[in-house]
Ligand binder design. Sequence first.
Ligand code: SIN
Ligand code: MN
Length: 262
Amino acid sequence: MRLSADQENRYRTEGFLVLEELFSPAEVETLRAGYEADASIAAPHRFLEPDSGHVATLFALHDRLPEFDALARSPRLLEPARQLVADQLYLYQMKVNTKSACGGKTQGWHQDYIAWRLADQLPAPRMVTMGILLDDSTEFNGPLIFIPGSHTAGLLRDDRAEGSEPDAFVDSNDVALTPEILAELVEHRGMRSIQAPAGSAVIFHPEVVHGSAPNMSPHPRRPLILTYNDIHNLPRNPTPRPHYLVNRDTAPLSAYQPAGRG
Ligand code: SIN
Ligand code: MN
């Protein structure tokens, strides 16, 4: 389950890495079914697209569905995460960021760690995010787009946009980079979109600049996104955000290998 030296080097240089078809079609189908059932229930951890009423983000599936809890402990995710960040990690956040068929919103260009530092007072970007594609990611369906190497630039802003809603959910557009900063980054580093089949994993750094456009395809786009944090890098916010945004169980995870594959 360890990344090869070449894979690790690519992650450290570019700030992201794709592992194609890490999960089988049957495993993806199980996750999709769990997601769809959970997404059909109205709850505070479920956020809707304002115009269409379709689900936009569903948080903390591991709290309700054992297969998602087991997934967070899968050696296929946990071992590379430990290799890249630290031996002792816990699951900081799990979510599915859906873009409905011919819908979904723009996710402005941002660095995740800015949001987590502002909202949770996380001391350092000692984290890694693992996105699992529950659908093929294509040029048409609002794929994640990265600026390679941008994680080496440090924090590129450190505040929320004026007029941001003062709620617990920090929207990517509230911490989006200015067009000037974006232009300079892109001039030097370019942009790369993720095109990979369902079941592939996209590993990305908390400071790599990324975003996505709306989904122009007639099928939903549902990446399942898990973020691991070093247990020595706990949030310091004296009034923590809701548990579905910031997991309270900070005990170090150990790998769980169900019968068959991990
Ligand atoms: C997206 O869903 O395209 C963006 C995901 C993220 O910013 O975590
Ligand atoms: Mn993000």
